[in-house]
Design a protein around this ligand. Structure first.
Ligand code: FES
Length: 93
């Protein structure tokens, strides 16, 4: 079976069938989904579309990453452009 890929901030990441965007990002070690309009960091939290903490952009449409199934080739970007920060404090610009 061949691997499937999508793009996070232009980086090619592998995903497994059936994963949501949020699960695929977390599986790839991406816990920071970027800044929101208020500057708070977006991340995977409730997993049911209630908290809006995982909002990202896919093809310029704002979606809840925890509800959207990941698909090959989609380009996922933070809600607002800005640096990402790892939980270890490392920056990934
Ligand atoms: S994690 Fe709460 S809406 Fe997605």
């Amino acid at each position: 079976m061949s691997a499937s890929f999508f793009f996070w901030r232009g980086e090619k990441l592998e995903f497994q069938p059936g994963q949501t965007v949020a699960l695929a990002l977390e599986a790839a070690g991406q816990r920071d989904f970027g800044p929101s309009a208020t500057g708070l960091r977006q991340r995977y939290f409730c997993g049911i579309g209630a908290c809006q903490g995982c909002l990202v952009r896919i093809d310029d449409t704002v979606v809840e990453a925890c509800l959207r199934p990941v698909e090959a080739g989609i380009r996922v970007e933070p809600l607002v452009a800005g640096p990402s920060v790892d939980t270890d404090g490392g920056r990934h610009d």
